[in-house]
Design a binder for this molecule. Structure first.
Ligand code: GDP
Length: 524
């Protein structure tokens, strides 16, 4: 099939939500619609332990699941869906941010009782950086919650996005009777259905259908009035506004009951954008270009702990991947043969034969690939916009056995390549300082150093409160380095970083060196 056709079939997205809103449950049900039953089971089993640390550890023990469910590809009707998982725990938020650079749309899941929550607000801000189109699923209608109209107001007000209801709930909680589709003019009656059963409730065509009165009694008339009101008071869906990230189509349902998701998925397949091009250093790369380009947005430990290799996840921006092809690893300027890329189709961790724009392939990485790297068929370009955030927490690695210094350095360097932590080496001493966005990261790193590198190490407090990458003219940098030695370090990529003991100190340094920039995010 032609490249163009395959590209247009792709829909690449991620789910954003506050923990507990139902992301895992929605994921699982969507996979069922795509026929990926085995994988749906795996997604759920990952969530049996609610503690994030042990969740993570267990997940890493079962690396097969961990890697395979980072990207889930499944067909639905005439589209091919790529669902990118994002870690739920806040301490892994950087990973989430970068994953959002690899999608073309996002699904926001909101708990009907809780409304818009903190994490949703933050993730929405990230989506807004690229005006990513967002669909909304309001979940748990089988429970009592906020009035739907109020909820839409809340979304509009807090998230600054217009809501266009696509379906509308008929009652909620114990009185939940179903949903009405405002554009298909159909009512689906609520039936609770859990497990692997993807069947849905009965469908009644037409709001005026007398069958509705038979089934719903006086509620039918109430529904008709309410729908009239809703149509008057809410926004009508506009594709263009949705694609610009200014309007979100809203669907209601109950994920655990597998209800309302069919409507959501149909809407998604119909309206969510096919793969978009991406901005690169020299030009904009369009998704319909013949030559392959792609960028790495995530690196993760591989299935097989014995080999300790890692998988680098590449989003294909343009062109077609064919097994065995050679690609240019732009940063190091070398051609590499990609013999065994991983694909994620329908829960099989298969070797990728073919992959198209919007698809994700996994490259085996023995330390040469970093987050943000670009691969092309020869052209020197670099995709932009994949951020590294200044960490907010710092610890010094304290080694138990001094003979293991080499292994510790290697472990910390390799783990920081995955992007969740960052390693800083001060220029005046041999400290190894680890920076992270969440406290959990230190525990995870300590555990992995033990398991994967056979190094026991503690992380102790260190007098660093914030970090800034230092950017400026070479002469100015040299002057700076000649004067300021304390608190200056290099990160794992060899970039200069100022690790400030206090905010006040940082401000002083910034004032003293006006020719230099001290930046809180660095592009990979
Ligand atoms: P996540 O943290 O966002 O991934 O949320 P989960 O999918 O793990 O769901 C959190 C909790 O809400 C779990 O106990 C689910 O069983 C429950 N849940 C999910 N969807 C629904 C729903 O539609 N109705 C009700 N009553 N509970 C739900």
């Amino acid at each position: 099939m032609s490249l163009q056709l395959e590209t247009n079939k792709r829909r690449t997205f991620a789910i954003i939500s506050h923990p507990d809103a139902g992301k895992t449950t929605v994921t699982e049900k969507l996979l069922l619609y795509g026929g990926a039953i085995q994988m749906a089971g795996a997604v759920k089993s990952r969530k049996t332990d609610r503690s994030a640390t042990s969740d993570w550890m267990k997940m890493e023990q079962e690396r097969g699941i961990s890697v395979a469910s980072s990207v889930m590809q499944f067909p639905y009707k005439d589209v091919m869906i790529n669902l990118l998982d994002t870690p739920g725990h806040e301490d892994f938020s950087e990973d989430t941010y970068r994953t959002l650079t690899a999608v073309d749309s996002a699904l926001m899941v909101i708990d009907v009782a809780k409304g818009v929550e903190d994490r949703t607000i933050k993730l929405m801000e990230v989506c807004r950086l690229r005006d990513t189109p967002i669909l909304t699923f309001i979940n748990k209608l089988d429970r009592e919650g906020k009035e739907p109209i109020e909820l839409l107001d809340e979304v509009e007000e807090v998230l600054k996005i217009n809501c266009a209801p696509m379906t509308w709930p008929i009652g909620m909680g114990k009185r939940f009777k179903g949903i009405y589709h405002l554009y298909n003019d159909t009512v689906r009656l609520f039936e609770s259905a859990d497990g692997l059963n993807a069947s849905e409730g009965e469908l009644i065509h037409g709001l005026d259908n007398p069958e509705l009165d038979e089934k719903l009694g006086s509620l039918a008339e109430e529904l008709r009035d309410e729908i009239e009101l809703v149509r008057g008071a809410s926004h009508e869906f506009e594709l263009d506004a949705f694609l610009k990230g200014k309007m979100t189509p809203v669907f209601f349902g109950s994920a655990v009951n597998n209800f309302g998701l069919q409507e959501l998925l149909d809407g998604f397949a119909k309206y969510a954008p096919a793969p978009e091009g991406r901005e690169a250093s020299t030009r904009f790369v369009k998704s319909d270009e013949e030559k392959l380009t792609g960028f790495i947005f995530k690196i993760q430990a591989n299935m097989d702990p014995k080999h300790r290799d890692r998988v680098a996840f590449m989003r294909i921006v343009s062109g077609k991947y064919e097994k065995g092809m050679s690609l240019k690893h732009v940063r190091i300027g070398k051609d590499v043969k990609i013999a065994k890329a991983i694909t994620f189709l329908a829960n099989k961790r298969d070797q990728a034969e073919l992959a198209y724009p919007g698809d994700i392939i996994g490259l085996h990485n023995h330390g040469t690939i970093k987050i943000g790297d670009t691969f092309t068929q020869g052209e020197d370009l670099k995709f932009t916009g994949i951020p590294n955030f200044a960490p907010e927490l710092f610890r010094r690695a304290q080694l138990k056995d001094p003979m293991k210094m080499k292994a510790l350095q290697k472990g910390l360097t390799q783990l920081s390549e995955e992007g969740a932590t960052q390693l800083f080496r001060p220029i005046i001493n041999n400290d190894l300082i680890l920076g992270a966005v969440g406290i959990l990261q230190f525990e995870v790193v300590a555990q992995r150093l033990k398991d994967e590198y056979n190094v026991t190490c503690l992380f102790e407090p260190v007098n660093v409160s914030t970090a800034r990458w230092v950017i400026g003219d070479k002469t100015e940098i040299d002057k700076f380095l000649a004067k300021v030695k304390e608190n200056v370090a290099y990160d794992a990529a060899g970039e200069l970083v100022y690790i400030a003991p206090t905010r006040v100190n940082l401000t002083l340094i910034e004032e003293r060196w006006p020719e230099l920039q001290f930046v809180a995010t660095r592009e990979h």
